[in-house]
Design a protein around this ligand. Structure first.
Ligand code: ADP
Length: 271
């Protein structure tokens, strides 16, 4: 009798404790979902008028302006663009948190993707007096299947950081085929590097190595967290090798099925 009662009490309190835990977990999940939704809505709502401002600044830049006015319009555009990329980061991050980043599968040209990233960043690098170049392995498959835009976003983020933090020397974006057929991407720079103790932290959201430098350079500390999530969604792992004062190299490898023109077996069409 007494034994059965004790067991009964035990089970009841254990079940109650489990319910409490589940309850707390549900509440936390609901709160996190609400936060993601809120971030997504706000970023979306800010994007529309901001694009209006940028569009108008473009029109204004095409009118006859004296040099001083032209400088002001350029400043409006630059600030607007910075704000837009910040908003995009927040929007992406809220999507990632909500598990809503969907990857598309489409054929694209790896070589032009990498060349395009370098081209887009070349003016910024030139403006700082540093080099930027691409190194493309000759045995690269011409066309592969994957999410070109998300891949470009990752490379732009890595190479953009490299340009941002490097004041001397330059940045190299390379792409090659590994022994197992995976495509390896790397972005190397001759900037300040990242101390060993901070190398894991930079991939976490809102983490910046040096507050003063980051404040000088701007940024949210979201870029690498977003890169990590996207690369992981693509089945890869992103790592950094760096020594303080001796530059940094970010690297990841992913499987990308080649589309024709290659001896590897063809993959079934994407569904
Ligand atoms: P953000 O650039 O917006 O600060 P990121 O997540 O892209 O955020 O980067 C996080 C931090 O990692 C940066 O603030 C910087 O301290 C460090 N970092 C990233 N890339 C480099 C690099 N190429 N060289 C040195 N430090 C870097």
């Amino acid at each position: 009798g007494a034994e059965r009662q004790r067991v009964g009490r035990d089970v009841t309190s254990r079940v109650a404790a489990e319910h409490d835990l589940l309850d707390a977990r549900h509440r936390a999940e609901a709160a996190s979902e609400a936060k993601s939704r809120f971030l997504a809505t706000v970023s979306h709502e800010v994007r529309t008028p901001l694009n209006g401002i940028l569009g108008m600044a473009d029109l204004l830049a095409d009118t006859r302006l004296d040099p001083e006015q032209a400088t002001y319009v350029r400043a409006v555009k630059t600030s607007g663009e910075v704000l837009l990329s910040l908003i995009d980061d927040i929007l992406d991050f809220s999507k990632i948190e909500a598990g809503k980043i969907a990857l598309v599968q489409e054929p694209f040209d790896l070589r032009s993707l990498v060349e395009n990233v370098v081209e887009l960043l070349a003016p910024r690098a030139q403006g700082k007096g540093i080099e930027i170049a691409s190194f493309i392995a000759p045995d690269l498959p011409a066309l592969v299947m994957g999410d070109r835009d998300r891949l470009r976003q990752v490379l732009m983020n890595l190479a953009g950081n490299a340009v941002k933090f490097t004041d001397q020397g330059g940045v190299g974006v390379s792409i090659e085929v590994e022994a197992d057929g995976h495509i390896a991407f790397s972005v190397a720079d001759t900037g300040p590097g990242i101390p060993k103790s901070r190398q894991d932290a930079v991939f976490r959201e809102f983490e910046q190595v040096d507050d003063t430098a980051s404040r000088r350079h701007g940024g949210t500390g979201l870029g690498l967290a977003i890169c990590r999530h996207i690369v992981e969604r693509m089945g890869g792992t992103i790592t950094v090798k760096s020594e303080e004062g001796r530059g940094a190299t970010f690297r990841f490898a992913i499987a990308l099925a080649s589309v024709g023109g290659d001896s590897r077996p063809a993959l079934p069409p994407p569904t």
